[in-house]
Design a protein around this ligand. Sequence first.
Ligand code: ARG
Length: 427
Amino acid sequence: MPEGNGTVALAFSGGLDTTVCVSLLKEEYGYDEVIGVTVDVGQPDYEFEEAQETAEALGVEQHVVDAKAEFADLCMEAVKANADYQGYPLGTALARPVIAKAILSVAEEEGCSAVAHGCTGKGNDQLRFEAVWRDSDLDVIAPVRELGLTREWENEYAAEKGLPVEGGDGGRYSIDTNLWSRSIEGSELEDPSMIPSDDIYKWTDNPSDKDAELVEVEFEDGVPVAVDGEALGGVELIEQLNEQAGSHGIGRTDMMEDRMLGLKVRENYEHPAATVLLTAHEALEGLVLTQEERQFKAQVDQEWSQKAYQGLVDAPLTGALEAFIDDTNERVTGTVTVKLEGGHCRPVSRESDYAVYSESAASFNEEDVSGGITQQDATGVAKYHGFQSRLANKILDDVKKGTAVTDGSGEGSANSNGSAASEATEE
Ligand code: ARG
């Protein structure tokens, strides 16, 4: 048995993977001591209890780091970026860099020589953790990946070593929970054609005929700051909306997800608060941003989401995208009312001092627009609109029929009425 490698800080949940890792880090990798680090990004209490019990049973020193506020701040960045990846609001992805940084801090404070995680070599999380850790001088250890472990092998190993693994199979599904979302994967859910039973969901009730409810969300610079007139910090605001919207069955996603390594996986998520906040935020942007800003921002948002999915929230590109996102969001201040009803939510009202909206300009009841622009002024625009397309179609037609003008100038192909003229065929 190798030894003398010092202390390693392990991302520790108390589940099967990380429990097996504790033993392997000592026996296979030769670490003298393993410190378990559990980072609080809003998991339910029983997960911490389980981690603590397991750590005690293993004789491992456990550190719990509260990173909820920092994580909530990142979720608010995601709101500003209307962030989703293939329809998934990025809970796990956003949490990983926060967790990785917290573990690295503990490892450095405790004078560790290495950091370790229990991720497999197939998923995204190994990449997200290591993107942060490989910026340090510490060794990075990934026992499950490096030793090619399967859950079956882990269960046998745990039994053989008498490791404290509850129920023997570490739970039916692989669950990952944080403030922003709850992810459920594994077991029969791996089959994309398998219809999941309702009991996989814990945050969302089945949509029922429960009365619809209105909720008013107030934004300042793109960040939600109050619900129904009550000012709330990020953590409380997300927690409250998870409860409220979850009771209407809002925020379930059942999808095929393309992982970074190219593997397609079936994923189930629930994310009630995220769905409400993203819906409300987008509605407010619709009121205050110009058409061209909205169009360009949709691309910026997708790029930001992509980097967030990769766990690269500190990449220079992410920062540059955030400069645009923050600049436009300086006007995303106001309130949106969202209707929660039968598993769905939709904006039903929005207000802002920055509204790029003139009721008289758009109204059917006013003759003129504003600033001396009359309805008749649109005639010229209407004549030109689509001119190039009409011309292109006409030319295509003529070429097919063999009646095209051959000088290539296209001149005389449109008459003064703006239509693609018949001159080409007349010649
Ligand atoms: N596939 C998602 C992601 O990479 C979530 C994975 C959550 N993990 C879990 N064991 N349920 O972001």
